[in-house]
Design a protein around this ligand. Structure first.
Ligand SMILES: [Zn+2]
Length: 234
């Protein structure tokens, strides 16, 4: 499924990568790195490409990566601004709510009992491209308008990209859950070793695919066996 390829891991990126308040400009730069990397994986052919580019642009601007850009207004000074306390706190709260939903899903709670999912569904719908009609070349045509494109209107004081990140995450989670054929909610797991959320390739998987976690799991497992049967596993 194409959509899954494009957006499926984005909500995992949000769940596993915090952006905390930090007076250290450099650390904000590093913290936004995983988001930029994840957004860059969304291909040009995706309906959500414009939206994702808008977020990247916003992150570039706020972290000072983007310089001498013509569309920037005069009041913008590149490389000097970083997120304020208030902005990061509001991102932190949205992210926290998001993680709570994932905790509920991984604990096996039925989706119908997770109230916040309703709100997330509505937010996700808002990012769906809308269709409009246009006469072009003497013919009536239907055109898809990327409704999420307004994130590109980022300016200093706008801070829209942080909202964009969580909204795209809501959409990503919604699409993942809606893809019931692909396993849906049963493929969302939390690794008991590193505590990170991950997309399991099969629904029985418990440990994530990081080498460190797999090694630790086998080591602990071997120790357990040795404790039970010291002669056989010495
Ligand atoms: Zn792990």
């Amino acid at each position: 499924m194409v959509v899954e390829k494009e957006l499926k891991i984005f909500f995992f990126i949000i769940a596993n990568n915090p952006v905390y308040y930090s007076p250290d400009y450099q650390s904000i730069l590093n913290m936004t790195e995983p988001y930029i990397k994840g957004l860059k994986e969304i291909p040009k052919t995706s309906k959500y490409y414009h939206y994702s580019r808008g977020i990247i642009e916003g992150l570039y601007v706020k972290t000072g990566r983007l310089k001498n850009d013509l569309w920037l207004k005069d009041d913008y000074k590149p490389g000097v601004s970083y997120y304020e306390d208030k902005e990061l706190n509001s991102f932190y709260m949205r992210r926290r709510a998001f993680i709570e939903i994932l905790e509920q899903i991984t604990s096996g709670l039925p989706l119908s009992e997770i109230e916040a999912l309703g709100t997330i569904g509505i937010r996700a719908s808002e990012l769906q491209p809308a269709t409009y009609f246009e006469i072009s070349g003497g013919k009536m045509k239907t055109v898809e308008y990327p409704s999420g494109a307004d994130v590109t209107s980022n300016k200093i004081g706008g801070y829209k990209e942080l909202i964009g990140i969580t909204r795209l995450g809501f959409l990503s989670l919604t699409l993942f859950l809606a893809n019931t054929k692909g396993g849906g909610k049963d493929r969302i797991k939390k690794c008991p070793i590193c505590n990170k959320f991950f997309p399991a390739k099969d629904t029985k998987r418990k440990i994530c695919y990081e080498k460190k976690c797999i090694n630790k799991y086998h080591k602990d497992d071997m120790k357990k066996r040795r404790d039970i049967n010291p002669v056989k596993y010495c």
